[in-house]
Design a protein around this ligand. Structure first.
Ligand SMILES: [Zn+2]
Length: 447
């Protein structure tokens, strides 16, 4: 028992002495002094620790004054750097007013008042972004970190908590209490970044996490690109893109800054996407409304069908992780195309029947098509055609339904691209063929 008391007295003596030697060198507020001793005690605030240590130092000064030779110069420095109860003790015993100095780390700004003001402002921002979960990020000017580190290094303190951690914890707690909102460390709706400059003035910026929605689109018209295409002169190559259409429909609904799409592959600009539709993920960036029901999203998308032959349906919320997934798996998924073909010379039904048989389960070698060589590297790819069904319209026009691997260049399969795609319909029939209408009618689902 006695040993315990002795051990504890030693501990208190050590802590008080250390606090004294820190305060002789640096002016510190209660919180910043307390933080140097954050590992002592549990369930206490750093402010409480700092306040208690300063009270003990005030008692010590008074005790020295009455029993020993007073160290007035040291007491004066402690009063200037510690302020509060040390300053009033000093005033009382020496009858001298002193001007306390500002905290070396936080300029005296850290404290309940500051934390509460930040929490109030943060809460109004969280409401503005209809967030139901949040996370706090702290950015501190390098000088503040250096000032703190200097004290820790000089005084060899192993019991400190960093100011960053204290701010993060205290502000987080205050926000929870002020606006009754829960933190989410993995997937918060909003990240509040609170930055402090060298004078410890703060500013709050909001990073609203995007909302992801899975869906499908249908392009019931031609000359519609995925994303806007601009010509060199800055004009638009096509009047509307899938992305612009979706952004036009959903930007206001979510009060978002931007809406972008991530699709499972893409068809040519002049090809329609009909039948099964193509899977996509819609990314709503920086939304201020977060809880829009899927039904409402769908009815707005349907309403906007009048402005462009684009249909979009959404099914559920998604995540960034799923974007990579649909992009990757879409490459392995099979597709069905319908293509209308004009032949320079007449064709007959038996030729088309032979073509169907020849291309049944046939591997096709394709060098990168001439039309996209400017954008893509010249390389060979191999894709398989599974079945071809033809329908003769006239002796120079026929249609083909082609079931094949994703990534097969269908126009080139028809016209051969000057031998860069082989075998091709044109090569097989020995006739010049022109594919004049292309539709994607089926895209295998990604799941
Ligand atoms: Zn401070």
């Amino acid at each position: 028992m006695n040993q315990n008391i002795e051990g504890f007295s030693k501990l208190v003596e050590n802590i008080v002495n250390k606090a004294e030697s820190i305060l002789i060198e640096y002016p510190l507020c209660n919180s910043c002094l307390g933080r140097m001793f954050a590992k002592y005690g549990i369930g206490l605030s750093n402010y409480d620790r700092g306040f208690t240590l300063k009270t003990l130092l005030a008692i010590k000064i008074h005790n020295e004054y009455t029993t020993n030779t007073p160290r007035r110069e040291v007491h004066k420095i402690l009063a200037e750097n510690g302020g509060g109860q040390i300053a009033s003790t000093y005033r009382k015993i020496y009858g001298e007013q002193i001007e306390p100095r500002k905290c070396h780390i936080c300029s005296g700004k850290l404290g309940e008042t500051l934390i509460e003001a930040i929490a109030r402002e943060a809460c109004s921002k969280l409401r503005e972004y209809s967030a139901s979960t949040f996370l706090v990020g702290i950015v501190l000017d390098r000088e503040i970190l250096e000032r703190e580190l200097e004290i820790i290094v000089k005084h060899g303190s192993d019991s400190t908590e960093s100011i960053k951690r204290e701010l993060k914890r205290e502000i987080g707690k205050a926000i929870m209490e002020t606006c009754n909102i829960q933190p989410d460390f993995a997937k918060p709706d909003v990240v509040l970044v609170i930055s402090f400059d060298r004078e410890f003035n703060y500013s709050i910026s909001v990073e609203a996490n995007p909302i992801f929605l899975t869906g499908k689109y249908w392009k019931n018209g031609r000359n519609i690109s995925h994303i806007p295409w601009y010509t060199r002169s800055g004009g638009k190559k096509y009047p509307i893109s899938i992305q612009e259409f979706i952004e036009y429909a959903l930007k206001d609904l979510f009060e978002a800054e931007e809406v972008v799409i991530h699709a499972a592959g893409r068809e040519d600009v002049d090809a329609r996407m009909i039948g099964s539709g193509r899977p996509l993920i819609i990314e709503v960036k920086k939304p201020k409304r977060r809880s829009v029901p899927i039904d409402q999203v769908n009815s707005v998308l349907l309403e906007k069908y009048t402005i462009a032959p684009i249909r979009v349906e959404v099914y559920s919320e998604s995540s960034r992780r799923e974007i990579g997934l649909i992009k990757e798996t879409s490459k392995q998924k099979k597709k069905v195309y319908r293509v209308s073909i004009y032949s320079s010379e007449p064709v007959n039904p038996s030729e088309l029947q032979a073509l169907e048989e020849f291309f049944s389960n046939r591997e096709i070698k394709q060098r990168t098509p001439t039309r996209i060589l400017r954008r893509k590297k010249d390389r060979e790819r191999r894709r398989r055609v599974y079945t071809v069904k033809t329908y003769m319209v006239s002796n120079r026009v026929f249609e083909a339904l082609i079931h094949c691997d994703g990534g097969l260049y269908v126009k080139e399969l028809v016209h051969g691209d000057n031998g860069r795609t082989t075998p091709s319909f044109s090569e097989y029939l020995g006739k010049k063929l022109i594919p004049f209408e292309l539709d994607v009618v089926y895209v295998e689902d990604v799941k």
